[in-house]
Design a protein around this ligand. Structure first.
Ligand SMILES: *Cc1c(COP(=O)(O)O)cnc(C)c1O
Length: 378
């Protein structure tokens, strides 16, 4: 039976959002995505499970057209999937993780490893610079106990885009397993997981695929994932057990799944295809980003990250150096004009962030710039 035969969604019934979210997620979604959440689903029924299977298959297709990869979905926000993947991929004995950190999300991987008692070492390159590749190579050469290397692709803390291609080449040169937190880049920046030899990649429903929050997903090399049985330190976050269940029972989750979110995600994937796929979406994000940065610079704002490392996902701007400037007031003014921006997350620099991913178009960014110009009160 076609799971959609009884779906009859009217986008005209979906109210407008009161403001656009120019944040790192959850993001502004389309009315189409919000409309399909109007009905309920039974979690063990084929109608629903076939949606899960389609999603898993399509995510693998987006990830790579090389090699044997699989996908498992996991309840919770993106961090739950990171924790699930780390806790499932690291062997209970004899594993050692090297984490390349240049922001809060890299630091979170380290925190997860600590919670799970996973031996872990950290290379911190500071918040403004990409990982030090020479140091990486040196460490992998000298510390042969390291089994896995983890890095964040787009460090949403600042918007820096880490060079996963160069990092992957070194990691693979020493035959280590490669983990990438591609939460805020997957689906919005083209790259092939197979070409980069990534063993485990994590992202979530509410970032560049433009779904709503509620679950994340792990894309893994089948051969590697098969070795992970029994590793997990947590029942509910056991990605291997979840994968086994989804494989064996064709799309069934072990515990209650976020059904509406999953249905919305299917629609988000359709809209990604309709837009022209990841390349087309990347071009829209790049265009949004270009207009944003040029406009902000002409208003006197300065970006924090060097242009060569800056992602087209989210941008950090230095807070204005003015006595009267106050982020909360600036935020409230913009919100009243229909735009929600984000506070900074750098530890030592006073900044704010503007995201340009989600159902956001160059016209929206132009309207935003006008609103910002009208909101300069300092
Ligand atoms: C959004 C994000 C996460 C996950 O954050 P949640 O709040 O748990 O969804 C992890 N890593 C990166 C790089 C992110 O952008």
């Amino acid at each position: 039976m076609d799971g959609n035969s009884s779906d009859n969604f009217d986008v005209n019934l979906v109210p407008d959002n009161p403001y656009l979210l120019l944040t790192p997620g959850p993001l502004s979604t389309s009315k189409g995505v919000r409309a399909v959440m109007f009905r309920d689903w039974c979690t063990w029924d084929d109608d629903y499970n076939s949606i899960v299977q389609e999603i898993r298959k399509e995510l693998v297709e987006i990830a790579t057209n090389r090699g044997e990869y699989t996908c498992v979905l996991m309840q919770g926000s993106g961090t739950f999937s990171v924790e699930s993947a780390i806790g499932t991929m690291m062997p209970k004995e004899g594993g050692k993780l090297l984490v390349l950190v240049n922001g809060a999300y890299g630091a979170r991987i380290v925190e997860i490893a600590k919670y799970l008692n996973i031996p872990c070492i950290v290379h911190n390159s500071g918040e403004l610079d990409p990982p030090d590749l020479e140091r990486l190579e040196d460490t992998l050469k000298n510390d042969t106990n390291i089994t896995h290397v983890a890095v964040v692709h787009c460090e949403t803390t600042t918007g820096i885009l880490n060079p996963i291609e160069d990092i992957g080449r070194i990691v693979k040169g020493y035959e280590k397993k490669f983990f990438v937190d591609a939460m805020s880049s997957f689906g919005g920046i083209p790259f092939d997981v197979g070409t980069l030899s990534i063993d485990f990649l994590v992202s979530s429903a509410n970032k560049c695929i433009q779904g709503v929050p509620g679950f994340g997903f792990i894309i893994a090399k089948v051969e590697e994932f098969q070795k992970c049985a029994g590793n997990a330190r947590s029942l509910s976050l056991d990605a291997y057990a979840q994968w086994e269940e989804m494989e064996r029972n064709r799309g069934k989750w072990r515990f209650t799944s976020p059904t509406h979110t999953v249905r919305a995600f299917k629609q988000a994937l359709k809209e990604l295809r309709d837009e022209g796929g990841v390349n087309a979406r990347y071009n829209r994000y790049k265009e949004n980003h270009k207009i944003l940065v040029e406009g902000m610079e002409s208003l006197g704002f300065k970006t924090v990250i060097k242009k060569e490392w800056q992602s087209p996902i989210i941008t950090s701007f230095y807070s204005p150096n003015a006595e009267k400037y106050d982020f909360k007031k600036f935020y409230a003014l913009l919100k009243s004009k229909g735009f929600v921006i984000y506070p900074g997350k750098l530890t030592a620099i006073d900044a704010f962030r503007i995201g340009n991913i989600g159902h956001i178009f160059p016209e929206d960014i132009k309207r935003l710039l006008k609103a910002i110009e009208e909101s300069i009160f300092w």
